[in-house]
Design a protein around this ligand. Structure first.
Ligand SMILES: [Fe+2]
Length: 312
């Protein structure tokens, strides 16, 4: 059949779909056909102009240029467009008694030090109220998991992660903790604060142009993993935060909200660790299920992401 000329926009869509229809890998074929179908439909629905098309290319180019070992603008786009949470929810559809996951975010870094129980991840933060986060890592039957690894990261009380803070030349507010024989962990930090996501790039311009605020409710990030179990990437959130209902990246789940309780007298672990009041405590138990498959896990995916640009 001779090649057809003077094609309509629908002819082009059909031809592109037909060419990708030969993709040998069935999953890649499904993804490419879905991508073309929806991308073409989107362009036709909004009747994208050439100027807008060029602006999109500029935005993507700028996002790429902003990515470094300390910055991941594409994850920020994914998060603020709600895509990260849709992927999260598809991947963890059924509530199964395990700790719910949420976005990985753009601020994880490799190389956090392994600290003993009660180790202080906030040793340079003199402003935030001291806070102890404790709890256990359990299996789905409620039995403790010994030797589970908690990779913890958090913004400083200034609202900046270490990678955003030019006055810092080192990792800060990051640590790895192991559970003891009873599955217990203890992290010393400062009270988490709400903070705006970075707004000096194309994501920030998108939020301003669309009248959206950039705030994330106060939280602490965790990746909890243990040999033979599915790792979980999650946060814990402060119940008192004003932005729980309007998180800029849509990442709040009810089961991840916990109480950060204020104490005005030195009691318990705080006394033993020499922490002067006022200080805060929060308790949260993580529950993991046995890993269903060997090989590629969520943690591997995070390592790949970290290698892309959240590392450092
Ligand atoms: Fe965060």
């Amino acid at each position: 059949m001779p090649a057809q000329r003077n094609k309509t926009e629908d002819d082009i869509t059909a031809e592109v779909l037909q060419r990708f229809g030969e993709t040998p890998d069935p999953r890649l074929r499904q993804i490419m056909l879905g991508l073309v179908k929806h991308l073409h439909a989107f362009v036709k629905e909004v009747e994208l102009t050439e100027a807008e098309w060029f602006q999109a290319i500029e935005i993507l180019t700028e996002a790429g240029r902003m990515c470094s070992d300390k910055r991941q603008e594409f994850i920020l786009f994914s998060d603020t467009l709600g895509v990260s949470m849709v992927v999260d929810l598809i991947s963890h559809r059924k509530p199964d008694g395990t700790t719910e996951s949420t976005v990985f975010g753009p601020f994880h870094r490799l190389g956090a030090p392994e600290l003993p129980a009660g180790g202080n991840i906030a040793h340079l933060d003199k402003k935030g109220p001291p806070t102890l986060v404790s709890g256990r890592v359990l299996d789905i039957d409620g039995e403790p998991i010994e030797g589970a690894l908690l990779d913890v990261w958090q913004a400083q009380s200034s609202g900046l992660y270490d990678s955003q803070d030019e006055s810092l030349g080192e990792l800060h507010m990051r640590g790895k903790f192991r559970t003891d024989a009873e599955g217990r962990y203890l992290v010393r930090t400062v009270l988490p604060v709400h903070y705006p996501i970075p707004s000096d790039g194309p994501v920030g311009r998108m939020l301003r142009a669309t009248g959206r605020h950039p705030w994330r409710p106060a939280h602490i990030h965790f990746v909890v993993s243990a040999e033979g179990y599915e790792p979980v990437t999650t946060h814990i959130f402060d119940r008192k935060d004003d932005y729980l209902a309007s998180d800029a990246v849509f990442a709040v789940k009810d089961s991840l909200i916990c109480d950060f309780e204020r104490h005005d007298t030195s009691i318990g672990e705080a006394g033993r660790l020499g922490i002067d009041p006022p200080f805060y405590t929060a308790e949260f138990d993580f529950r993991l299920k046995p890993s269903s498959e060997q090989g590629s896990t969520a943690l591997d995916a995070q390592r790949r992401l970290a290698a892309l640009g959240a590392a450092g």
